[in-house]
Ligand binder design. Structure first.
Ligand code: NDP
Ligand code: GDR
Length: 347
């Protein structure tokens, strides 16, 4: 990185955008971060990280679905590294809003690729691809060569963007890299995603603000890592000699039920599981209270049952490996939520 390196992050109001901005600022970059115009824009993540007022951070209004805006964004910022993190990223919502998801998550990245091709093909581009593209998995563990079989409108949209990234790399000799990232979580995770929903509920139950936690499929298995470790991997991908495709994962998989157990354990509650499927319940072994119930409204029309990634390629080419265990991550999230619930500042 040269002294004057300029980076652009789309989706700075999201979990990864906030951590990546923090990392790039620490590395001396000038960072442009994009946010959408909404009635009540929320910068709580970059505020929580203490970077909102950083002199080298510039916040720019932008919508990924607008080609003209994408061209002007690159012209005005003169960015040399572009990290495309913006997306309609919630799998559950993608079933209710498939068109919007296709336009933002699928076609949106194409606007940026076209803008780079027009404005400055030397810009290095990172596309936030996902393990959701593996869907109904064709091999265990999944790596860069595993065939895709997406199971949600979100997964299908991301797969389009992934292949377009590779297509622009091969057609126009652009430095267009795709990171296939497995689930990564943190205290900055949105409340709609299962890990944060769980840790927030555990904190609220522990502090007597909530009685029960309602969930959908407890049997889904995920490879969960820590978001801060993963944004380091994104940066390393754009410092590599060649554009490429990389899996980032921990190579460990656990069920949603395992994560629930782990989170309750962090507040010294042990659960006993009784019943099956829709009637399954998590019961506090001490008080006998039902703390976890199933609500079928959280089931998805099609599910991704098992994800476990092999990050060997990233380790070999980028020297990247995850630094944080799932137990450490879960405790960190529960502690942050306990603090927020006590302070009345839950996001
Ligand atoms: P978040 O949902 O937390 O953040 C998504 C960001 O995209 C938000 O800043 C959001 O803005 C922005 N955005 C949404 N629509 C638009 C639009 N039309 N124009 C401009 N910006 C928009 O996601 P994460 O930080 O968790 O993930 C970052 C990226 O990585 C996403 O693309 C996600 O799909 C992908 N990914 C995430 C993984 C994970 O486990 N976290 C794993 C693999 C891939 P607003 O705040 O206004 O909604
Ligand atoms: P995912 O994450 O779909 O993997 O996508 P999410 O946390 O939403 O779901 C993980 C698994 O938990 C099951 N589940 C529930 N999920 C939610 N959200 N709420 C519930 O109440 C609930 N109960 C059970 C789900 O069915 C699923 O199996 C995330 C997103 O960050 C994507 O953007 C990213 O691409 C992938 O991770 C990798």
């Amino acid at each position: 990185m040269g002294k004057s390196s300029i980076s652009l992050i789309t989706g700075i109001t999201g979990q990864d955008g906030a951590y990546l901005a923090q990392l790039l600022l620490e590395k001396g970059y000038t960072v442009y971060g994009t946010y959408r115009r909404t009635a009540s824009t929320n910068f709580w993540r970059i505020e929580e990280l203490g970077i909102r007022q950083h002199p080298k951070l510039y916040l720019v209004e932008y919508d990924l679905t607008d080609l003209g805006a994408s061209i002007r964004l690159l012209q005005q910022t003169e960015a040399t590294e572009v990290y495309n993190l913006a997306a309609q990223s919630f799998v559950g919502v993608s079933f209710d809003q498939p068109m919007a998801t296709a336009q933002i998550t699928g076609l949106g990245p194409l606007n940026l690729l076209e803008a780079i091709r027009i404005v400055n093909p030397k810009i290095r581009f990172y596309q936030a691809s996902t393990s959701e593209m593996f869907g109904k998995v064709q091999a265990i563990p999944q790596c860069e060569r595993t065939p895709f079989y997406p199971r949600s409108p979100y997964g299908v949209a991301k797969l389009y963007a992934h292949w377009m990234t590779i297509n622009y790399r091969e057609s126009y000799d652009m430095f267009a890299t795709s990171g296939i990232l497995f689930n990564h979580e943190s205290p900055l995770r949105g409340l709609e995603f299962v890990t944060r929903k769980i840790t927030n509920a555990v904190a609220r139950i522990h502090l007597a603000k909530q009685a029960t936690l309602e969930l959908g499929n407890l049997n889904a298995k995920r490879d969960w890592g820590y978001a801060k470790d993963y944004v380091e991997g994104m940066w390393r991908m754009l410092q590599a000699d060649e554009p490429d495709t990389f899996v980032l994962a921990t190579h460990r998989t656990e069920t949603v039920r395992d994560f629930v157990n782990m989170a309750f354990k962090a507040v010294a509650i042990q659960l006993d599981w009784q019943g099956k499927e829709e009637n399954e319940q998590g019961i506090d072994t001490c008080s006998g209270k039902v703390l976890v119930k199933i609500n079928p409204k959280f089931y998805r029309p099609a599910e991704v049952g098992l994800l476990i990634g092999n990050p060997a390629h990233a380790q070999e080419k980028l020297g990247w490996k995850p630094q944080t265990t799932l137990e450490q991550l879960c405790c960190m999230m529960v502690e942050a939520d306990l603090r927020r619930v006590q302070q009345g500042t839950s996001f």
